[in-house]
Write a protein that binds this ligand. Structure first.
Ligand SMILES: Nc1nc2c(c(=O)[nH]1)N[C@H]1C(S)=C(S)[C@@H](COP(=O)(O)OP(=O)(O)OC[C@H]3O[C@@H](n4cnc5c(=O)[nH]c(N)nc54)[C@H](O)[C@@H]3O)O[C@H]1N2
Ligand SMILES: Nc1nc2c(c(=O)[nH]1)N[C@H]1C(S)=C(S)[C@@H](COP(=O)(O)OP(=O)(O)OC[C@H]3O[C@@H](n4cnc5c(=O)[nH]c(N)nc54)[C@H](O)[C@@H]3O)O[C@H]1N2
Ligand code: SF4
Ligand SMILES: [Mo]
Length: 727
């Protein structure tokens, strides 16, 4: 018998509500929810293949242990957890807590209890060595926010935006920030119908750029200079919100001075864009009323200066006064988040970097974005006091995703204890000592808390209205399987090690939701997922029970909330003239002539495709038309190199080389090779590119061209040489 159950897709972070047909305990079909008030029926090909993912022949239904000969044997999950706890205790005893590190990737967000439980366990063993994929994504966002300060109320909401500026983001494909992640195309169409002007800066005429009022198609890596020119126009023409700046902003004069050299003419030449378009974009953004500037991954990956870039995005929003004022209604006062007491006042900057745990390389330390993941391979490989010897990777795939794949590979082999939680034998699992087999999202309850919390991450993220959803587990894991929920590894180890765990409410990682003191867990009786969700969301603005009663995603406005006026005597100001940032602007104005090495006349840049989510998704049946990541290039560049679509090219950087099947793409500017990341398998399988694709992290290194605040190296905009491959 077929029964249909509502659930939430967690294949990516868009969190689409879905209806799943279940026959004899197996999910068999997924469709969108047509009458959902936020997503309007949207799903993508990945979400519609959750049944295929659930029943995938490569799915791990048992945990695995590596044998001395390198083969893997199934092991009961409880026994694996016991053995791991024993080994980690030995490492802690001999080397201290710094020897134990965690890395959380994409799917650490799939279960709301994963992050809080991992954090509680790391607190209990006293290790500061917590790394996340945030520091190889857009870490400049959090650091810039700390340098700039925060406004006590949200920015302008999307539903009322007259303009929206997207820089290096393609939300129609990535279903990520810049447009509401709940069905971005639907929200974009409605916004354009009501007259919203979309402005896009991207070296490729992307799916979203095709809908833009103005699209600048610059050289990659020039975004900080372009934003400086936009700010140059706005400040010189007096188009900023003077009253807001006078009352709430410090550093205006310093910024004004630092912008001096960034004349539109010079920057237009440098970035190779029409000067009229650049000026028009600045004026349109500054004079069209409401809306915000927001950024995706492109500029963050483009080399050092990604913190400066994100700082300039904030400066652009702040000079435009694009934050809600006293008396204005909150477009999303929160559902599963604790109530936010919005106030029209600035919290001044706080320490953004260089505090807490010091890393042993590149003078890096803790920062608002967390510890630099790009430094973790070095921390594992470098001998001496503080060496990392045990690593827990949770829902991430270091070998596929970290920069400098060969260094990562060496580090993964150098560990005394390498544990990963993964649904399949990922490139990282292939070198792990233990691979813990987890549940899949349909097997556990789901909530919209993560999507809602993204609002704290940056402008252009989160739901435009107070939308909330909770769905229960709808299927059991396949018969005969022995899978655990990701958090159980940490809970189980704590029990074995005699540790007490204290859970912090919220989701950990994305936003520090503050709130009250932690919740000590009962270590005698294993909680279930629903109990944990109730604990984590006990301070939610709309009671979880009320969200559950709705049986599906709903707009739950609750009592209307307006932004309160500032506290009497409050003097806090946002800062747009931070000394370090102004120094970086000065340096940017007089670029050292670091010409790319001779012969490296192309730039490899990043892009996302519908059929892959980082290293996941390519193994689903309806994604397999092309199992590799094509090297997209402009047709005239192909012609000039004597290449035809479908030919193989060698793409070589100063650091390494990969093979790519070239494909013609007129949407690119010339001089680029646009390729998706996290393809390929373990190093040494490069010749297999037609089966698994090629890993662009072979072209990058961690210790060159890194951002000094976040440690994030150049992962895109990499100088490369392209030659026909005669293999
Ligand atoms: N060169 C280059 N490198 C990049 C990027 C780039 O643009 N260019 N992008 C960067 C970005 S933005 C990010 S966020 C990182 C991503 O970095 P990671 O998060 O480390 O990489 P993913 O490939 O997303 O790893 C996800 C892993 O989780 C497994 N998995 C899938 N479903 C589940 C589940 O339900 N539970 C569990 N426990 N595991 C599951 C998958 O099999 C996969 O192995 O990569 C970064 N790396
Ligand atoms: N289908 C799918 N969806 C995904 C993912 C996926 O792998 N596949 N990954 C998820 C993750 S982890 C994340 S973080 C988000 C990311 O979401 P987005 O950042 O929106 O991801 P992209 O689609 O890669 O968009 C980045 C854009 O930057 C452009 N770009 C490259 N270099 C530069 C530059 O120097 N300057 C400018 N201005 N633009 C540049 C590229 O051409 C590209 O269009 O997507 C998420 N969603
Ligand atoms: S966009 Fe993301 S959440 Fe929505 S159906 Fe596709 S994979 Fe699932
Ligand atoms: Mo990401």
């Amino acid at each position: 018998m077929v029964r249909t159950h509502p659930s939430i897709c967690r294949f990516c972070h868009a969190g689409c509500p879905i209806l799943v047909d279940v026959a004899d305990g197996r999910p068999v079909r997924v469709v969108g929810v047509k009458d959902d008030p936020m997503y309007h029926g949207f799903t993508c090909e990945k979400g519609r293949q959750l049944p295929e993912q659930w029943a995938h022949p490569d799915r791990l239904l048992q945990s695995r242990k590596r044998m001395p000969d390198g083969s893997y044997r199934p092991i009961p999950s409880a026994q694996a957890i016991e053995e791991i706890a024993t080994k980690v205790s030995e490492i802690l005893e001999r080397h201290g807590p710094r020897a134990v590190a965690t890395y959380t990737g994409t799917y650490s967000a799939a279960h709301p209890a994963t992050h809080p439980m991992l954090t509680a366990w790391m607190d209990a063993i006293g290790s500061p060595m917590r790394f996340t994929s945030n520091t190889i994504d857009q870490p400049g966002k959090s650091v810039a926010l700390a340098l700039h300060g925060t406004w006590g109320a949200p920015p302008h909401g999307f539903a009322e935006a007259d303009t929206q500026l997207l820089i290096g983001a393609n939300p129609v494909v990535a279903i990520s920030g810049g447009l509401p992640t709940a069905n971005p195309a639907w929200h974009l169409k409605r916004a354009r119908d009501r007259g919203m002007k979309l402005l896009v800066i991207d070296p490729r005429r992307t799916e979203v750029a095709a809908a833009a009022h103005i699209h600048l198609q610059p050289r990659p890596g020039e975004d900080p200079a372009i934003l400086a020119a936009v700010l140059h126009v706005i400040t010189r023409e007096g188009l900023h919100d003077k009253a807001f700046v006078d009352e709430n902003v410090a550093g205006y004069d310093a910024l004004y001075r630092a912008l001096e050299p960034f004349t539109p003419g010079l920057v237009a030449r440098r970035a190779d864009v029409p000067v009229d378009d650049l000026v028009r974009l600045a004026r349109t953004f500054a004079t069209s009323g409401r809306g915000v500037a927001c950024a995706g991954t492109g500029p963050s990956m483009a080399g050092p200066g990604s913190t400066l870039f994100e700082y300039l995005v904030l400066a652009l929003n702040t000079l435009g006064g694009r934050w809600l004022r006293a008396g204005e209604p909150m477009w999303n006062p929160g559902v599963l988040l604790p109530p936010l007491s919005a106030k029209a006042q600035a919290t001044p900057p706080w320490q953004a970097y260089g505090y807490g745990e010091k890393l042993r390389v590149r003078d890096l330390a803790d920062a608002a974005c967390g510890l630099s993941t790009a430094a973790l391979a070095d921390e594992i490989l470098m001998e001496g006091e503080g060496k990392v010897r045990a690593l827990f990777s949770v829902g991430g795939n270091p070998v596929a995703a970290w920069p400098d794949q060969n260094k990562t590979w060496a580090a993964m082999q150098a560990l005394d204890l390498n544990v990963t939680i993964d649904i399949k034998m990922s490139a990282t699992a292939k070198v792990a000592d233990y691979v813990i087999a987890p549940t899949l999202p349909l097997e556990v309850p789901g909530t919209t808390l993560l999507n809602e919390s993204l609002f704290y991450y940056a402008t252009g993220f989160g739901y435009p209205e107070p939308y909330g959803n909770y769905t229960p587990a709808i299927v059991s894991p396949p018969a005969g399987s022995d899978v655990v929920e990701d958090w159980e590894l940490f809970y189980g180890m704590a029990r074995q090690m005699g540790l007490g765990l204290v859970l912090q409410p919220g989701i950990g990682g994305v936003a520090d939701l503050g709130g009250d003191a932690g919740i000590p867990l009962d270590m005698q009786r294993r909680p279930d997922a629903d109990e944990l969700i109730e604990l984590l969301m006990r301070d939610s603005r709309i009671p979880l029970d009320e969200v559950k009663r709705e049986r599906g995603g709903r707009i739950l406005p609750g009592e209307p909330v307006r932004v309160a006026p500032r506290d009497p005597g409050w003097t806090g100001r946002l800062d747009v003239g931070n000394t370090e940032m102004m120094r970086e602007l000065d340096a940017l104005a007089t670029p050292q002539a670091v010409a790319a090495p001779a012969g490296y006349d192309f730039r490899m840049i990043c892009r996302r495709v519908v059929g892959a989510l980082n290293s996941s998704g390519r193994d689903l049946p309806r994604m397999q038309r092309k199992p590799w990541n094509p090297a997209f290039m402009h047709p005239r560049d192909l012609e000039a190199l004597g290449l035809a679509p479908g030919d193989v090219a060698e793409i070589r950087s100063e650091h390494g080389s990969i093979l790519g099947v070239v494909e013609a793409d007129r949407s690119l500017r010339r001089g680029l090779v646009s390729m998706s990341h996290s393809f390929g398998d373990v190093p040494g399988t490069g010749k297999d590119f037609r089966r698994v694709g090629s890993n662009t992290s072979q072209l990058t290194r961690v210790d060159a061209d890194y951002d000094r605040y976040t440690g994030m190296p150049r992962m895109s905009n990499v100088p490369v040489r392209v030659t026909p491959y005669e293999g």
